[in-house]
Design a protein around this ligand. Structure first.
Ligand SMILES: [Zn+2]
Length: 400
């Protein structure tokens, strides 16, 4: 009698995959399992419904208490108290081939329990078993590749939601991954940059103008040529969002005036082929005056610049902060002129040698070089305007 009764009794094992977005809820899985069982002429008593708690990943059977309980119940009597086990998918039964073979052989051979997957109907007989094995192999393969799938999912999420990076100058974050919003005062400055660069201004000159207008970067710092260049070359202003190497058309508001100039401006960058594009600086070099000459406005040592269209013989010293657009007044002197004035002075003052000079300040407002000697006790003013013969006269020492 018991044998006949158990022939119509089935069990259900339900586990929800935490990674499967198309997964049915446990209730939904149970509902379809019950319908299928009813159609097959089986009953599933409440005691034989085994539902794994959420969050149980189940790579191994040891981690699955309900699965272990189901196996224990199946083995508890002979014949087993249920004759068939219903699953939503074979992948819920085991995640690797060895485990699947092991538990299936216990259920089928030792307990006489038949296993049925609702979503993967398999025909009876050896051919059916073969297909079942193929499905299991595929599931194992899928499980191993799951981490890659998750990463791919994250990437797609980023593409869908975008706007995860910090907004560029001209925009503000809207929160919740929504498209960035225009900051009117900033976007007007961007429009100014795009326009004057298009008209021929250098990034450094633009930076100087922005700083004179007290406009600050997103980080509340003065602009320099590089910051301006970064803005001029950012395709976000034309609607393209970049994230982690991906580029896609965003949904943020774009100013037509910017989109119209962007391509032209990129072409202009291509023609400014020297590394210091826009600053007029072609390449640095070495010179005995480097380190001695400093800027009269900010005190920064002057850099040696050679303009692209001049030979190695020529060149000029320039304040690198000015070159970056950090202050307004240019502080430059040609190499030839600096050499002539300083060598003339040294020729007239044999008691002073190069090793005595601590620094030479280029004072553009006064039109002179201020030469400081050891201990700064003596400062000599070397006028720049006088001709070389006038400079032959000993420079008058100035009290400091
Ligand atoms: Zn300076």
């Amino acid at each position: 009698m018991e044998t006949n009764e158990s022939k119509n009794i089935a069990a259900a094992y339900i586990r929800v995959s935490t990674n499967d977005q198309t997964e049915l809820s446990p209730d939904a899985q149970l509902r379809v399992i019950r319908e299928a069982a009813k159609a097959d002429g089986f009953q599933i008593p409440e005691d034989f419904i085994f539902i794994e708690k959420r969050g149980i990943s189940g790579r191994h059977a040891d981690n699955r208490p309900e699965f272990q309980r189901m196996i224990a119940v199946a083995k508890s009597q002979k014949p087993a108290p249920f004759h068939r086990l219903y699953l939503w998918k074979f992948s819920r039964f085991a995640r690797n081939q060895d485990e699947s073979t092991f538990y299936k052989s216990i259920l089928r051979k030792k307990c006489g329990v038949d296993i049925k997957s609702i979503s993967e109907p398999v025909m009876e007989g050896m051919f059916g078993r073969l297909i079942e094995t193929i499905i299991e192999w595929f599931d194992e393969y899928y499980s191993i590749n799951l981490s890659e799938e998750v990463l791919r999912g994250m990437t797609e999420k980023a593409l869908r939601h975008g706007y995860q990076t910090s907004p560029c100058f001209g925009y503000a974050a809207a929160g919740g991954g929504k498209p960035f919003l225009i900051v009117e005062s900033e976007i007007q400055a961007v429009e100014y940059m795009f326009q004057v660069f298009h008209d021929g201004a250098s990034p450094a000159a633009i930076a100087r103008e922005l700083n004179a207008r007290q406009i600050r970067t997103k980080r509340n710092r003065p602009f320099d040529g590089r910051a301006v260049r970064r803005i001029l070359q950012n395709p976000f202003y034309t609607g393209t969002v970049s994230w982690n190497g991906y580029h896609f058309q965003g949904t943020h508001e774009v100013r037509e005036s910017l989109a119209a100039l962007f391509e032209d401006n990129q072409k202009r960058f291509c023609t400014l082929n020297c590394p210091g594009a826009g600053t007029g600086v072609a390449s640095a070099g070495t010179h005995w005056l480097l380190g001695l000459l400093t800027c009269g406005y900010c005190g920064t040592p002057l850099s040696l610049c050679r303009s692209a269209n001049h030979s190695q013989e020529t060149g000029y010293f320039q304040c690198r902060k000015y070159a970056k657009g950090l202050h307004k007044g240019s502080c430059s002197i040609s190499v030839k002129k600096a050499e002539r004035v300083i060598l003339a002075f040294l020729g007239q003052n044999p008691s002073i040698t190069r090793s005595h000079i601590t620094r030479i300040v280029l004072d553009r407002r006064e039109g002179c070089l201020l030469l400081y000697t050891e201990s700064d006790s003596q400062v000599y003013s070397l006028p720049l305007k006088e001709r070389s013969d006038a400079a032959r006269q000993p420079a008058s020492p100035a009290e400091s």
